[in-house]
Design a protein around this ligand. Structure first.
Ligand code: FEO
Length: 169
């Protein structure tokens, strides 16, 4: 049985993951408005990943005999000055999520919830990938600068990204 404290921490994080889904959906809409369909595709995969992250915790709480109560999702940003600014925001957001996952692990350790620790190990590793992926695209955009050909080449590359459902846990 999951403790009240652990459950409440998971419910808060489910909300953060669903907000992430919403934020990346908003970024997808921004890229669609610029006709940068490869960037929009990258965001679409991100949307699906965030949904899977939320559901991994949703299913876990129920499996441990808990009760999921969904919280309100904040309105995400909808406008950015450039693709570079979007990816600065992505990296910043992922760093924030990493800090929240680490805080969740602190609660698991405090409450000696070993099953939660095993689940959270997966999320900690995932955050390493999330930050690395966003950081790589951000670095490429910084190199590209104002070069439109570079931007279109990166757009083509990002069009190749496909969603693979993660096996969480
Ligand atoms: Fe669910 Fe992008 O971390």
């Amino acid at each position: 049985m999951i403790s009240e404290k652990m459950q409440s921490a998971f419910l808060d994080q489910i909300n953060k993951e669903l907000f992430s889904e919403y934020l990346y959906l908003s970024m997808k809409a921004y890229f669609k408005s610029l006709n940068l369909n490869g960037f929009a595709n990258w965001m679409d995969v991100q949307v699906q990943e965030e949904h899977a992250h939320a559901m991994g915790m949703f299913d876990y709480v129920i499996e441990r005999g808990g009760r999921v109560e969904l919280l309100a999702i904040d309105k995400p940003e909808c406008n950015w000055a450039s693709p570079l600014e979007v990816f600065k925001a992505v990296l910043k957001h992922e760093e924030f999520v990493t800090s929240r996952i680490n805080a969740l692990m602190d609660v698991a350790e405090e409450t000696r919830d070993r099953a939660a620790m095993i689940l959270l190990n997966w999320y900690i590793k995932e955050q390493v990938e999330e930050e690395a992926g966003a950081g790589e695209i951000l670095a490429q955009l910084e190199l590209i600068g104002a070069d439109k050909n570079g931007l279109f080449a990166l757009d083509k590359e990002l069009a190749q990204r496909t969603f693979v459902a993660p096996v969480i846990g």
